[in-house]
Write a new protein. Structure first.
Length: 211
């Protein structure tokens, strides 16, 4: 199998301007203070350079020297390991495994609901996904009475999953009941007020809500 060669000398992220997974990566880059070139592309008009480097022709894709990463959660962990300060994953294996399980559940349950709503916002499946997302966020809201971040005293990759999703709740037409707002809104404010989060927003994403 032939391997394409990356001709870029700087880390490059290919993504469209509203891709939620691209937003996760931009947030981690900003938290780490890593400079990367962001190439805004459309999913149905990808440049040949990207198609040559990514066998699946998907975005977001991160190019770092000879490495091409096209799976978002692998990309996030790679960035955390490549740029270890500040750390976004726990040090100890058990805690790291627990954090990975949390991220897996967020992806499997809430990001699946997100994708269902985005795909067909007026469908019965989207209505069910909205209710699932609303009910689940309400159920976990009490967690934020105990810790300032997602099950942690420190900002972590779990929060890098949560922040782009919570930022898009107006886009998804998901509203929170008062019982959930009491604890979730302060958490959301902590996330959205972080300088790295503000830096991570594309111009299109800034229009989704007011900071």
């Amino acid at each position: 199998m032939a391997v394409a060669v990356n001709k870029r000398s700087v880390m490059t992220l290919f993504s469209d301007s509203s891709n939620i997974y691209g937003h996760q990566i931009r947030l981690v880059l900003a938290e780490k203070g890593v400079t990367a070139e962001v190439e805004v592309v459309e999913a149905n008009h990808l440049p040949q350079e990207l198609l040559d480097l990514n066998p699946y022709g998907t975005i977001p894709t991160l190019i770092d020297r000879d490495l091409t990463l096209f799976e978002p959660h692998i990309t996030l962990e790679y960035l955390d390991e490549r740029f270890p300060h500040p750390p976004l994953m726990p040090v100890y294996p058990i805690a790291r495994a627990q954090a990975r399980l949390v991220m897996y559940r967020i992806r499997r349950e809430w990001y699946t609901a997100y994708e269902t709503i985005i795909k067909s916002s007026q469908s019965a499946e989207a209505a069910a996904a909205r209710k699932t997302l609303q009910d689940d966020l309400t159920a976990i809201s009490a967690l934020f009475k105990e810790k300032p971040y997602f099950m942690s005293d420190d900002f972590s990759l779990n929060d890098c999953y949560m922040a782009p999703l919570l930022w898009r709740l107006p886009l998804l037409d998901v509203s929170l009941p008062k019982v959930a707002e009491k604890n979730l809104l302060p958490y959301m404010k902590r996330l959205f007020d972080r300088p790295a989060f503000v830096e991570s927003l594309s111009e299109e994403e800034k229009k989704l809500r007011v900071l």
